[in-house]
Ligand binder design. Structure first.
Ligand code: G3P
Length: 194
């Protein structure tokens, strides 16, 4: 297995926007409704929880599968795994198949995290759920749990490449939530009930 090939494959897989395709199959242009985002949260907002779960699982797979392959062929503590993790999330955020207009990367990042550390994935999912229950904002919980996961990886002594991969992904996720941050500050962000 060639590492460059795996990184390119990860980016291309990340570039498949399942949320947009599934919504289109249901006759909905996901970019013109709700927050306009192509992720599971907005699909759920418009089509219901069942579809949110489906899109979340498919988007998470885009992160999980490449990381598994990378671990198998190059190991977790490698620059290949570092770039593979970034590539699938960047694919989702800036997809070549959709004019580089993608989503916020949260589900794909959580698939990466599951592939890296199932325990950290589980703890950050619990943290995410608590934040949504307490505050009612998916965006806030997504950014918060991404940062939380990075801290957990650091505290558990994971290789610096793994920690930096998670940190860069968190920074990208926060950047992609800039409209949500604006709405949170203005008090106009969408609320959810779990
Ligand atoms: O994963 C995206 C989520 O954090 C926010 O989604 O649709 O409320 O912008 P949305």
């Amino acid at each position: 297995m060639d590492s460059v090939l795996l990184i390119v494959f990860s980016y291309l897989l990340g570039s498949i926007l399942f949320g947009e395709h599934i919504a289109k199959l249901k006759g909905v242009d996901i970019r013109s409704v709700g927050s306009g985002n192509v992720g599971a949260t907005n699909v759920g907002r418009v089509l219901g929880r069942k579809y949110a779960v489906l899109v979340f699982l498919l988007d998470a797979f885009k992160g999980f599968f490449p990381i598994l392959l990378s671990r198998l062929y190059f190991g977790l503590d490698s620059w290949t795994t570092f770039f593979v993790g970034l590539a699938c999330v960047l694919g989702h955020m800036y997809p070549i198949f959709h004019d580089f207009r993608g989503g916020k990367g949260v589900a794909t990042a959580s698939g990466v995290l599951l592939g890296v550390s199932p325990l950290t994935f589980l703890l950050s999912m619990i943290f995410w759920t608590l934040l949504v229950k307490l505050k009612g904002y998916v965006s806030l919980a997504s950014m918060g749990s991404s940062l939380f996961a990075t801290l957990l990886l650091l505290l558990q002594g994971y290789d610096y490449r793994v920690v930096f991969m998670s940190l860069f992904i968190t920074m990208l996720i926060v950047y992609r939530h800039k409209d949500n941050i604006k709405r949170l500050l203005e008090g106009t962000e969408h609320r959810v009930r779990l």
